[in-house]
Design a protein around this ligand. Structure first.
Ligand SMILES: C[S@@+](CC[C@H](N)C(=O)[O-])C[C@H]1O[C@@H](n2cnc3c(N)ncnc32)[C@H](O)[C@@H]1O
Length: 485
């Protein structure tokens, strides 16, 4: 479906009609960033640069309110929605998108400001879920490789579920998925529209102090900067306001920016907003972790852990502090002989529960805290050594993968499988940030491993293992000798 558009010059008129005031700023094109908000005069501290009425905020509650006025939409929302605020908002926007692109007014969907506002939104966003398949190959070896693949699978499944649930509603079938050209032609909703709306939502949603996860027209035209000049808030009338930062002077003609989050890693920025801020001072990355293939307790560990097993590493470039965290790596590295046990217990309602025991204590609710729990092991430093080794090996594997895909010149440029320059640059920046981060953390882990290897208890333990092994070899040798004799 082609997304309907309105020129940005028409935005002030739409804003005026809908009660949005922005007397001292205007929305214009900003090189390399799409639209943005620019100061249009002298800005006074504490005087809002924009004020958006509460009735324009789009959140789950607002979608419910729209549904109350429109029984057809309520029918659709009840069949498809109420899973999450995001899903309800996406469904509402999908309907606006389809209705806005129809040549003839369909007998569904009450008129609302978003039906017009959606026409001002960009036709695409540079988030990787909206990259072409070839462009997504650029992400191989980065932490986004598996995350984006998983998201694409999830979006496809989500859209199929929406379609399936809505298929029982004949009136919506005709509007969302018309069978032939005459009924609307290319105005049917498709997986592409769903992926576009997901990208628009992810890159524009705000966390408001009172209204929660929301989309706010016009405020969502403001770009990000680490040295932001403004911030948003909700006032006593529940309007959303944009205020200049108290300590910052915004000159006429200067871009007004907000912060999308100071500590967001490069991968998250690219995933959520389609760009990486080169000014960010904290770098971090999250990698999936898999239990040892030969671990007989692997399945039970995964089941009991509940969260996705992962490693999180970070480097504060300013303070040069390196950190890593992986509660699952601790669980991975303890076994039956250390005192780990899984028991299936019957609860009072007759159900069965998998419980986790560490040294005879039920620690099911502390499964994320094996870093502390191992302290009552005979040689906690030995377990720590195993964990550090596992994490270091996982990072090393990722580093080698990232390095092996660093040369992307074989990917097609232009033609049918267009690989846009912006995607190439973003992926290459992400890869070099992640390679740098992995190298620093691996080096730090190596130092930690050396210290642990020199620990007296570890040395004694490893020494005793060596003796036991040489006894075994000796025994085997004598068996062999016996055999040969
Ligand atoms: C909330 S919208 C801001 C308005 C947007 N520029 C537009 O044209 O509608 C967020 C999107 O703006 C762009 N953006 C924001 N800050 C940026 C920056 N510092 N550098 C590059 N792009 C930026 C990204 O495409 C991001 O997904």
């Amino acid at each position: 479906m082609a997304q309907p558009g309105l020129p940005i010059e028409a935005l002030p008129a739409w804003a005026l009609l809908n009660g949005i005031a922005f007397p001292h700023v205007k929305v214009s094109n900003i090189e390399g960033k799409g639209f943005g908000v620019v100061s249009d005069g002298e800005l006074k501290p504490e005087v809002p640069l924009m004020t958006v009425p509460n009735n324009l905020i789009l959140n789950a509650q607002a979608v419910d309110e729209y549904a109350k006025e429109d029984k057809n939409f309520k029918e659709l929302l009840d069949a498809v929605g109420h899973h999450s605020a995001r899903r309800d908002i996406l469904l509402f926007l999908l309907v606006q998108l389809v209705l806005a692109s129809k040549k003839h007014q369909a007998p569904v969907g009450v008129s609302n400001p978003w039906k017009e506002y959606i026409k001002f939104l960009p036709k695409t966003v540079l988030v990787p879920t909206l990259w072409t398949e070839d462009e997504r190959l650029l992400l191989r070896g980065t932490s986004l490789e598996s995350a984006v693949n998983a998201k694409m699978t999830a979006l496809t499944a989500e859209f199929d579920a929406v379609r399936e649930a809505a298929s029982s509603l004949p009136s919506w079938n005709d509007v969302l998925w018309p069978y032939n050209e005459e009924q609307g032609g290319n105005s049917s909703a498709s997986l592409c529209s769903w992926i576009l709306l997901d990208g628009l939502y992810r890159s524009r949603v705000l966390e408001l102090p009172k209204s929660g996860e929301s989309m706010v027209p016009c405020i969502d035209m403001i770009n990000h900067s680490t040295s932001a000049s403004a911030y948003y808030d909700e006032n006593t009338m529940d309007e959303v306001i944009l205020l200049p930062r108290p300590d910052i002077k915004i000159l006429s003609g200067e871009e007004v920016t907000i912060s999308y989050g100071d500590a967001k890693p490069a991968a998250e920025m690219l995933f959520s907003y389609g760009f990486i801020d080169p000014e960010a001072t904290v770098e971090s990355l999250v990698l999936p972790l898999e239990p040892f293939e030969d671990d007989p307790l692997a399945k039970a560990k995964l089941f009991a852990f509940k969260d996705l097993p992962k490693v999180h590493v970070a480097h504060d470039k300013g303070g040069s502090a390196v950190s890593w965290k992986s509660p699952f790596a601790y669980l991975m590295c303890v076994n039956e002989e250390d005192g780990l046990e899984f028991r299936v217990l019957q609860d009072s309602e007759g159900g069965r529960q998998l419980r986790v025991f560490w040294r005879e204590e039920d620690v099911t609710d502390r499964i994320e805290d094996f870093e502390t729990l191992i302290q009552n092991h005979e040689v906690p430093t030995l377990i720590k050594l195993r964990v550090v080794t596992v994490v270091q090996e996982r990072l090393q594997e990722q580093l080698e993968r990232a390095q092996s895909f660093a040369d992307t010149s074989s990917l097609p440029i232009g033609g049918v499988d267009l690989v846009r320059d912006e995607c190439r640059q973003a992926a290459s920046l992400l890869r070099s940030i992640e390679i740098g981060l992995l190298e620093v953390v691996i080096e730090d882990l190596e130092k930690e491993r050396r210290v642990l290897l020199a620990d007296a208890n570890v040395v004694a333990y490893l020494g005793s293992m060596e003796t036991a092994e040489s006894d075994l070899v000796g025994e085997e040798a004598s068996n062999e000798a016996e055999d040969f004799s």
